[in-house]
Design a protein around this ligand. Structure first.
Ligand code: PLP
Length: 385
């Protein structure tokens, strides 16, 4: 069986985790700041807060930006549900902006059109969450320019994109956003089993994020409202959560970060090879903007259904039956029953819906062998021609 994505765990990773098990701190120890530092170094960012998932990072990012009841959060329908759910957690309304048919990312032109309409009815978003789908950076410059004109904040959901670059600079440097979020789930580029991180260059936002991930509690006397009763003293000054990452996870993260570049390079080699081997098939291959370097979390093909005598489902099932665990990213979020209950309807975001009828994520992960890749290619050819 060939999975669509898989973690890459080395002996060094294993020893790093065992080292923590034998140490004094399983959580709230030195590995968490070390992991945060390694991500800050890789991203050229000033502050990083490790948490227990990207979902948690998105939640506290929204809270730190004061998203609340009556506010709007906009994101792309072509994402994992967490990019939208974070708005609902805060009591805000969620809406979507359709995707660009080439990058499958939130389309800046569609965003501008929707902003013009929203301004007229006084429903401008407070937060926009662009998602760097498959690792390809969104057109952040255009989205940033719109944020200045219409006054919204930006959270980059970079769950697919650590190790990627936009305009020659690392994803996560927050040049065009307030906060960037990474995921370290095992299928993503770097893993801590479960885990996430919120990155920012704002000291004010970093302070809020740090409070929110751990109950709203501080031991920093400069943040306290009263004088300390004694050395045991701490204050709760906000309503936070327990979203902390453990030192076991952070140690794995530190070790994995040392291989970040080699992981992404390997993904590029595999993608390049797919590009050549699949060139003549009736499918659309991933398109790469020349201003950017993708983290390449996913390799998505789109079937040209008018040139194939099989359905999307038949191709998908044919691959799965051959032990090739293709996947589909994503079912448009507005088509989920929960979102349909909120009033969204099929037909509202036609580009994302059309994409969903044709897309298949084929296997790609650093430990994938040429033989495995050939197997995927051979099976696809058999099904498509
Ligand atoms: C994986 C993913 C998330 C959620 O990540 P977790 O760490 O599992 O919470 C959010 N957004 C996108 C785009 C993702 O791919």
């Amino acid at each position: 069986m060939i999975p669509y994505g898989r973690q890459d765990i080395s002996q060094q990773d294993i020893e790093a985790v065992i080292g923590v098990l034998k140490s004094d701190f399983l959580t709230q120890g030195p590995k968490v700041p070390a992991f945060e530092q390694s991500v800050m170094d890789a991203c050229d960012a000033k502050y990083a807060l490790a948490v227990n998932s990207a979902t948690s990072a998105l939640h506290i990012a929204c809270l730190a930006l004061d998203l609340g009841e009556g506010d709007w959060l906009w994101t792309t329908p072509n994402t994992f549900v967490a990019s939208a759910n974070c708005g609902l957690y805060c009591g805000a309304h969620v809406d979507f902006v359709d995707i660009d048919s080439r990058t499958y990312n939130l389309c800046p032109q569609a965003l501008e059109k929707k902003l013009i309409a929203a301004e007229k009815i006084g429903k401008l978003p407070k937060v926009v969450v662009p998602v760097h789908f498959s690792g390809q950076p969104c057109d952040m410059q255009a989205i940033y320019n719109l944020s200045k004109k219409y006054g919204f904040k930006i959270i980059e959901d970079a769950s697919h994109a650590i190790g990627g670059k936009y305009q020659g600079e690392p994803i996560g440097n927050c040049r065009y956003s307030d906060i960037t979020v990474f995921s370290f789930h095992p299928v993503k580029i770097v893993t801590t089993a479960e885990g996430g991180m919120a990155i920012t260059n704002s000291s004010e936002l970093a302070t809020k994020l740090e409070l929110l991930r751990s109950h709203g509690i501080t031991r920093d006397t400069s943040l306290m409202t009263k004088t300390a009763d004694g050395p045991w003293y701490y204050e709760q000054i906000d309503l936070g959560l327990n979203y902390r990452m453990t030192d076991l996870q952070a140690a794995l993260g530190v070790s994995q970060m040392q291989r970040l570049d080699s992981f992404v390079t390997k993904r590029h080699e595999l993608a390049q090879r797919y590009n050549e081997l699949l060139r003549d098939l009736p499918i659309t291959l991933p398109w790469q903007h020349d201003d950017s370097y993708s983290g390449l979390h996913l390799y998505v093909i789109r079937l040209q259904l008018d040139k194939i005598n099989k359905t999307h489902l038949e191709v998908f099932e044919g691959m799965r039956a051959a032990g090739i665990l293709v996947n589909l990213h994503y079912i448009p979020v507005h088509m989920q029953p929960y979102y349909q209950e909120l009033g969204f309807e099929v037909g509202q975001f036609p580009q994302a819906e059309q994409y969903y009828k044709e897309a298949i994520s084929i296997p790609m992960f650093p430990a994938m062998t040429e033989e495995q890749q050939n197997e995927v290619v051979t099976k696809l050819k058999e099904l498509l021609i």
